[in-house]
Every structure is written in C-alpha cells, then in structure tokens.
Ligand binder design. Structure first.
Ligand SMILES: *Cc1c(COP(=O)(O)O)cnc(C)c1O
Length: 419
C-alpha cells in the first residue's frame, strides 16, 4: 500500500497505521484476541522458535496488534525497534534490568516519577545495584557520578513533578564520552514536543497510559531502541550474544528475550488498539494541552492565594530557555505544579473543585488535580519528601483540553474559598 512520506508530525500521527493487505483495508489493526497462533507445519513452528521467520507463536512473545503499535512508536520517535508492554513501569523496569547486573551502578536524575524513584532507590538495592542520583541539570555532578561500574544514564524529558528540563543533547554527549548509553523517559514530552533519539539518546521509554493513549482508557508502556549505540565495547562484553543475534539492536533483543518474555510483562492487544486510536489525535490534543497549561500557569501566577507556580513555560522558570529550544517552540507540556500560601488549604481546594477531576493520573484529556504530599508520597518520610521537593503546599495539575476559561473559573472558585 502507498506510504505517506515527508509529511509534518501532525499529518503522520493521523496516518500512522496504513492499511496493509492482511487487514483488508481496515484503517486500524484487527485486535488479535488470541493466546497462540496455529502453524501449518512442524517446520514452520520450529523456524518461528528459531527466529528464522517472524510468524507469531504465543501472545506473551509477540502479538500482531501489539506489533502495529510498536511500528507506530518506532516511527514517531525515529527509532529502529520497539517493544510494547503492559505498563510504563514494565518498560522502565525491563529496560534498566536488561542493562544491569548485580554490583553495577547507574546514574539517574533526582527528579523522577514516584514509582521509578522507588524502583531505583529501593528495589534495585536488593539486587546489589547502586543508583547514583544527581541533579540532571548539573552536568558536572552527572559527570562526577560516573564510575567504571556505571552502565547507563537515565533521565526524564520533564521531571514529574519537579518540572525540570534536562539538556538531552548535552547529557547524551556526556554519556557517550564515557561509552555509556542515555535512556530517556519521554512520557511528559511525547514525540510531539521532543524526540530524544534525534538529540542523541539511545533508548526512549513511554508510559503510553498518559498522553499517547490520552483518554485514561488503557495502561501501557513502550521502549524504543535508537539502534545507534555500539554494544561491542569492553564494558558491555556481556552483550555479545545479543550483538551476535541482533547487532545494533542488542539492547532491545536483551530486553525482550531476557526480561519482557520471562517476567511476563505482556501488553493486552486491546490496550494497544486503544492506544493507537489515542495516537491519532496526539498532535491535536498536545497543541491544546500546552496552550491550556500556559493559560492556567499565567492565571495561577496572578492569584493572591498562590505562593509559586512551577511551569517551564513561564519566562522566570530556570529551564525556560532550554525547554523552548529543545521543544522547538512547540510548547512546554501539559503538567504544572503550584504552591498554596497556606498548605493547610490544599485538601479544601481539592474538595471544592467541580470540573477538575481529583485522581492519580496525568495526560488525560480531562484536567486532573492531585496533592502529591498526601497521596503518591504519603508513605515517604519527611526527609525524602523534602529531598524530592514534594512540599505540603504543592498541588499538581495535569491540564486537559477543555475550554481554558472553564478550567480557570473552576480553579478560581476553589481558590477563593482558601483565603
Ligand atoms: C506514569 C509514568 C510512568 C509509569 O507508567 P505506568 O503506565 O503508570 O506504569 C513512568 N514515567 C512517567 C514519567 C510517568 O508519568
């Protein structure tokens, strides 16, 4: 079938899945709701297991609906291969574990998604793995944290909920200078704002649960391998079998063969299908998310009840200039945080919201509010919350695609009762 080439991102997201002959003209892939796939001959199934043909075997290994999403995500991020998984955390955990062995270290930004932080700072310790957590904006600190045991550098495009924007190209250059790959969680950026592989990153992770699906309809995660990193260096001698099999896609092969398959982090084909529908409108939704977030951030900055607003789109944000360049002036994302002058007013503020939903998610088309201190971070001790900049006065907003005046009006009426 005809392939559209050379089009703008907003065109490509709409035409990401092109009908193929096997789909009989369907514009979205069929949902292959099956556990396993029958083969005509003994030789064919044997060849499938041996990797001599790409025929599907069993849905924990591959499923054609998931493969359709994988192809789309590789295309949007400019990667060489993708694996779709059950959740964003599956993608984070499998990618890092494929890179790490007992006794290894890695360097990660301090401003990470809460579960990623817990995995890195807590769970990995159990396996003798050390994370060296540093401010990702401080290149010297990142540089100094690298040792001969380091296996990779890990950051988020926009730290959730710290809202810092690390310099991906500078960090990729730094990592490569040490012979290390850079892994970027691009969940908050989405390929609409930023394609980390083009800036030198080696692998990109998404929680597709968020902006890609876009409607709070399906969990999912992906890892996209840029296919450019050289795994034949001495430090990665243990990658040799994967290099022999897949060359520059050794990391993706290792994630799939060792971790995804054996840990059973299988994506449901229906979730891939829902995610593909979401991606159709990614560009349109992101345009509205970033425009609305800007309006809401400016509005909050004028309010007497508000002590501070943290949004990279505001000119006084420390990462504003870099974010404008890195995101090619397309906007600054849909997430922001703000502090109430009276921290004790936070629960009342949340309770008085009428339009804005109170729930633990982001990237939904609806505006969402949460008080991280008393929810996601409720079981963290005070010292850790302080270190992670999760204060009792902070509210996090995932700004949706509603009419911005309606969002601001709802926030205004809830704030007025906080005085
Ligand atoms: C939500 C999120 C994740 C985890 O994704 P799930 O799909 O919830 O497992 C990882 N990274 C970031 C930045 C997130 O926002």
């Amino acid at each position: 079938m005809k392939k559209p080439d050379g089009h703008a991102f907003s065109t490509r997201v709409v035409h990401h899945t092109r009908p193929v002959a096997e789909w009989q003209g369907a514009t979205l892939p069929p949902i292959f709701q099956t556990t396993a796939f029958a083969h005509d001959t003994a030789e064919n199934l044997s060849n499938a297991f041996a990797g001599k043909n790409a025929d599907p075997i069993y849905s924990r290994l591959t499923n054609p609906t998931n493969q359709a999403l994988e192809k789309v995500m590789a295309g949007l991020e400019g990667g060489a291969g993708t694996i779709a998984m059950a959740s964003g955390m599956a993608a984070v955990a499998n990618t890092c574990m494929a890179l790490l062995r007992a006794g290894d270290e890695f360097v990660a930004g301090t401003s990470l998604f809460m579960s990623t932080y817990q995995l890195f700072a807590g769970i990995f310790k159990k396996y003798g793995i050390t994370v060296r957590a540093v401010n990702p904006l401080d290149l010297d600190a990142v540089n100094n944290a690298v040792t001969d045991k380091t296996r990779f550098v890990y950051i988020e495009t926009i730290g959730n909920p710290v809202m810092d924007v690390p310099d991906i190209r500078a960090l990729a250059d730094l990592a490569h200078g040490h012979g290390l790959p850079l892994v970027v969680d691009n969940t908050l950026g989405t390929p609409f704002l930023c394609r980390p592989l083009e800036l030198g990153a080696d692998a990109v992770i998404h929680s597709t649960t968020k902006y890609l699906c876009g409607h709070g309809a399906a969990m999912g995660g992906v890892v996209i391998d840029g296919g450019a990193f050289d795994w034949t260096q001495e430090r990665f001698a243990d990658f040799a079998p994967f290099v022999d099999r897949k060359g520059r896609l050794a990391l993706l092969d290792r994630i799939w063969r060792e971790h995804h398959i054996n840990f059973g982090t299988t994506q449901a084909p229906f979730h891939s299908y829902l995610t593909l529908i979401g991606i159709d409108t990614l560009a349109l939704r992101m345009e509205r998310h970033v425009a609305n977030a800007m309006v809401v951030a400016r509005f909050l900055a004028t309010r007497p009840e508000v002590a501070w607003v943290n949004y990279p789109g505001l000119e006084d944000h420390p990462c504003h200039g870099l974010a404008a360049r890195q995101f090619e002036s397309k906007g600054f994302g849909g997430l922001l945080t703000f502090g109430l002058k009276d921290p004790a007013a936070c629960p009342g503020f949340i309770n008085r919201l009428k339009l804005v939903l109170h729930l633990a998610n982001l990237g939904d088309c609806r505006t969402l509010a949460i008080h991280p201190f008393s929810t996601q971070y409720v079981s963290f001790d005070d010292a850790t919350r302080k270190k992670l900049a999760i204060g009792p006065e902070m509210v996090r907003l995932s700004v949706g695609i509603e009419n911005p005046d309606d969002i601001c009006a709802d926030i205004a009426q809830a704030l007025e009762q906080c005085r």
